[in-house]
Write a protein of this length. Structure first.
Length: 139
């Protein structure tokens, strides 16, 4: 993953774009792991999650939207951390809500049957765009 940015989160436009290699990687990988900061600044347990790419944006969803767990913390803080292939990347989280293009990306990548729980109205409402902030370290 080639996200060498070091800037702090700000408006969505200030986040560095994912490189074309990053986007290909997210397109090819079946899942990544995600966590979000707790109120004390520590991070919770890693949760495996599916990921899709639409144009130059990276999206994740939860099949069960709730205020707790990684999803609730990510929405509240607008921050998360992802881990893919041993690399850890801090990301900004932008709740985007429903998107037909993201639904299609889930169906195309995971198959109509596999993606069924990820294209429900509830899951679609939980759509989050991930924007790279800073590569932390290799794990």
């Amino acid at each position: 993953m080639n996200t060498d940015a070091t800037e702090e989160p700000g408006p969505a436009s200030s986040a560095p774009a994912w490189s074309s290699a990053d986007l290909r990687f997210f397109d090819d990988v079946r899942e990544l792991e995600i966590t979000a900061p707790r109120t004390d600044g520590t991070f919770g347990a890693w949760t495996p999650i599916w990921v899709v790419v639409v144009k130059t944006d990276v999206f994740v969803r939860t099949w069960h939207r709730r205020e707790t767990g990684w999803y609730g913390r990510a929405v509240r803080t607008r921050r998360a951390r992802i881990r893919v292939s041993g690399e850890t990347v801090d990301v900004m989280v932008d709740p985007t809500g429903e998107s037909d293009a993201v639904d299609e990306a889930y169906r195309a990548k995971y198959g109509a049957g596999g993606a069924q729980s990820m294209v429900t109205t509830e899951a679609a409402a939980s759509t989050l765009r991930l924007r790279a902030v800073q590569r932390r370290h290799s794990s």
